[in-house]
Ligand binder design. Structure first.
Ligand code: GDP
Length: 251
């Protein structure tokens, strides 16, 4: 019976196979744990950076949030992290034009990034141009950026700022998620229709493989779990970032 079970394998080979199986099992468990352990509740302000050069070291992974002023970015980040003070940090005078980093874990390996949003009218052209250069540089060159969330008030989707960010991200082959915020301002049917319209636009532009979209309300909590699931997926080490995927293709 024993001889049949081993079927030609020596005892040491069986032991080696057993060790290998255990290692693989432990690795698989660890990677599952990493994904489920990502938590937004302990997010803390890390640093503000005026340009790519001043951003934290490129280790780990991060997800960036962009939106016109008043789109509901602070409210969404507060809702996601359960910390009402966190996004206010980014609104502190002097920090509104900066790239603000929040760490999710003690090692700062997972980060949320609050990109500066602005009302175009209030910003002088020169400031606007410098800001755009820093933003595009960040989107194109930041190796640890796993995805971009663009927040748009559901009543005014895909305005100039949104399409500019969307085009940059798509050019950089970056995964994008559109949040149609303040969905509670519309009746359910009307909100759903706008979601369908935006999804149709993405399909027609043939970017629906890279860009997804959902309804969101910080007030009612609509879509919070859907957003968390997506962010955990993006932040999980199992997924390559756009820049890593490009490197793999080039190799
Ligand atoms: P930010 O400038 O993009 O950071 O936008 P804020 O988060 O400060 O929100 C701008 C305004 O929209 C504030 O008055 C918020 O209270 C309001 N707001 C944000 N999210 C929601 C939402 O989900 N529902 C409703 N009804 N109002 C919201």
């Amino acid at each position: 019976m024993r001889a049949k079970l081993y079927n030609g394998l020596t005892r040491s080979k069986v032991a080696a196979l057993y060790t290998l199986a255990r290692t693989l099992y432990t690795k698989a468990r660890k990677s599952n744990c990493t994904m489920s352990e990502i938590s937004f509740q302990n997010a803390q302000f890390l640093i503000s950076a005026p340009s790519l050069q001043q951003c934290p070291p490129e280790t780990g992974r991060e997800v960036a949030f962009a939106g016109r002023s008043n789109a509901g970015k602070s409210s969404a980040i507060n809702k996601l992290t359960g910390n009402g003070k966190l996004a206010r940090t980014s609104k502190t005078p002097g920090r509104t034009q900066l790239i603000n980093f929040f760490r999710l874990d003690a090692e700062s390996n997972k980060r949320l990034v609050d990109l500066p949003g602005y009302g175009f009218a209030k910003v002088p052209l020169k400031v606007k141009q410098t800001w755009q250069r820093h933003l595009s540089e960040y989107l194109y060159k930041r190796k640890t950026l796993a995805g971009l969330v663009i927040l748009m008030d559901i009543r005014h989707p895909l305005q100039e700022f949104d399409t500019m960010m969307l085009n940059w991200a798509v050019e950089a082959e970056m995964a994008v998620h559109l949040l149609l915020t303040k969905s509670d301002k519309l009746k359910q049917g009307a909100a759903k229709n706008i979601l369908l319209e935006v999804q149709k636009t993405l399909r027609q532009s043939q970017i629906d493989d890279l860009v997804s979209c959902q309804l969101f309300s910080a007030t009612k909590g609509t879509g919070v779990e859907e957003l968390k699931r997506l962010l955990k997926d993006w932040l999980s080490d199992a997924q390559p970032t756009a820049s890593q995927a490009c490197q793999q293709q080039d190799a």
